[in-house]
Design a protein around this ligand. Sequence first.
Ligand code: GLU
Length: 288
Amino acid sequence: MAVPVFRFAPSPNGPLHLGHALSALTGFDMARRAGGRFLVRVEDIDVTRCREEHVTGIFDDLAWLGIAWEEPVLRQSQHFAVYAKAAQRLEAQGLLYPCFASRSEIEAAAVPGAVDPDGAALYPGLHKGLRPDEIEDRMRNGERFALRIDMARALAKATERLAGAPLTFTELDAEGVREVTEARPERWGDAVILRKDVPASYHLAVVVDDARQAITHVTRGRDLYAATDLHRLLQVLLGLPEPRYHHHRLLTDADGRKLAKSARDTGLGELRASGSSATDVRRMLGLS
Ligand code: GLU
């Protein structure tokens, strides 16, 4: 059997905290137990929020945790052409359309209470079905646009590809027990596939890169569980292999909120400076 490949894919838009340590160590430990490979991927498509100092910080923190990864590390900001090309393949299937609407226009037109799994307003279809001449005019005027997926068409196309079988994904628990779950990408609505500001989106880039890095096991937090539905849809539409998933528990602060990058007391840099060791971090996380 081929060697399994695991990855940790942080976004360098802030310093790492204990939640990231849990994510990185979970993937690294699972890779080790499985005799697999372990990669780090820098997800820095958000060029305004990502900082070089955080990239350096990520490598320092991971090394301090005793994690080893393969070089070279893939940095998404160096591969925009690859994501744009994948989007073209979806476009060629008639599955994308341009959307010129601003966030405030979308929010104003949104159906109250209709939100995606991240809690953002579901796209109300504002620019779906714009006439070709209007699209051309707006483009000629230099209006910026995102490319959105036509979810209804995409679902129909996926059903065709799967010959009517349901769209599913396989979730492994920490002991490796499998559970096959039906994916419901429709709850994301006509999601953005190429953003207005950069020719990529998290969902597209993650799917493209997991495939080209031949990732067999995606380990990440439960906060991305629902995103897997959309990822599976894109994998089917782009003809990409299906990895297995493990979504680990999330760490919360004293008030039960998900840890934020700004939470100073749980920052890995702070823990290191105050004399904690990698063993201490593992103990705090309940990892042996
Ligand atoms: N870059 C994402 C984040 O830092 C994680 C992506 C993933 O693991 O799929 O939240």
